[in-house]
Design a protein around this ligand. Structure first.
Ligand code: MTE
Ligand code: MO
Length: 334
């Protein structure tokens, strides 16, 4: 990197090292300890930032100096607004546990993570700017050229849609959007989770298109209900007898009401659910398979979301609007 780029990076890093996330005005309900099911090998209910999946169109992580960063609200508003990082930090902060998922995740995949975010409700700033009649979308723009089209209602209804400055109690890692990123419960990241965000343009789907919409992906991206077997690890044979199964299900903003498990072509069984943290988070589940016999088996899992909708068996690829279908895993018992 050039000396200039090097010093910008150093400035960004020094500012991040000094930054202490402010206390929340609205704290999240604490996560019940029973949200973590007691099956060895399960992922942790809260994903540490270092293990959190990453999706970037930029080749290098943008290094943004918060002392020169600002956020503008533009477009179909009565008054355009610009906030510095300091001004943003002076706003009341909301803390929320929210699961982020990538539209590129395949059935059973791990492009999904759950974290505690702290930030300013986007609703507050949109209200202050005064959204004009006819707007139905916010195009969020990053310093790296990435853009996302988020339906206006997901930013103005009562969900915890945030301009986040902290992740799991720490300043956002550079890789996850420092100094500021968006987090919107219920929508895939490519239509909502803009990192290094610097502009929110209030607009209409008819007038603007986002980065991935121009590359064959759907312009709207609600997260599809998904359910995954995590334990036993795929490809590892288990001993006959009692086998502990465990996994993760998510339908962010609708919640998970039930998880069902089918072994070979047996009856569907109800899994035990870990405690729910809220409807925006994933939910863990477990099931004890009492008398596993040696041989080749298959385990299939599916979820029912909080609206009572059973996860579709219809197989779909990630493009254009998210994978679907049940997670079926071969399991060898010795
Ligand atoms: N600026 C920017 N923001 C972005 C992206 C990106 O490539 N650039 N990827 C999006 C996608 S596709 C997803 S799934 C999430 C992933 O967030 P994470 O990398 O913090 O897990 O960020 C979203 N925000
Ligand atoms: Mo994504």
């Amino acid at each position: 990197p050039s000396r200039l780029a090097g010093s910008a990076r150093a400035a960004a890093e020094a500012a991040r090292a000094r930054f202490r996330p402010p206390p929340p005005a609205v704290a999240a309900t604490p996560i019940p300890p029973q949200a973590q099911v007691r099956v060895p090998g399960m992922p942790s209910f809260l994903t540490p930032a270092d293990d959190f999946y990453r999706i970037d169109t930029a080749l290098a992580v943008p290094r943004v100096d918060p002392t020169t960063w600002s956020l503008s609200i533009t477009g179909l508003v009565d008054h355009e607004l610009t906030l510095t990082f300091e001004q943003l930090l002076a706003e009341p902060m909301t803390e929320a546990h929210v699961t982020l998922a990538c539209v590129s995740n395949s059935v059973g995949g791990d492009l999904v993570g759950n974290a505690t975010w702290l930030g300013v409700p986007i609703r507050t700033l949109l209200e202050r700017a005064g959204v004009q009649h006819g707007a139905d979308m916010v195009l969020s723009c990053s310093v790296d050229g990435f853009t996302a089209s988020t339906p206006l209602e997901a930013l103005t209804d009562d969900r915890a849609s945030l301009l986040a400055v902290a992740m799991n109690g720490e300043p956002l890692p550079p890789e996850h959007g420092y100094p500021v990123r968006m987090v919107v419960p219920g929508l895939y990241g490519y239509v909502s989770a803009t990192k290094w965000v610097e502009e929110l343009k209030v607009t209409r789907f008819a007038d603007d298109r986002a980065y991935w919409s121009d590359r064959g992906w759907s312009e709207r991206g609600p997260i599809k209900t998904a359910c995954r077997l995590d334990v036993p690890t795929q490809g590892v044979a288990v001993e006959a007898g009692t086998v502990e199964l465990g996994g993760t299900a998510w339908a962010p903003h609708r919640g998970i009401a039930e998880v069902q498990v089918q072994i070979d072509d047996g009856d569907w069984q109800q899994a035990d659910l870990g405690a729910s943290a809220n409807d925006d988070c994933w939910r863990q589940w477990s099931l004890t398979w009492e008398d596993a016999l040696p041989g080749e088996h298959t385990v299939t899992v599916r979820a029912v979301d909080g609206t009572g909708q059973i996860q579709t068996s219809q197989r779909a690829n990630p493009a254009p609007d998210g994978a679907s279908g049940w997670h079926t895993v071969p399991l060898r018992v010795r």
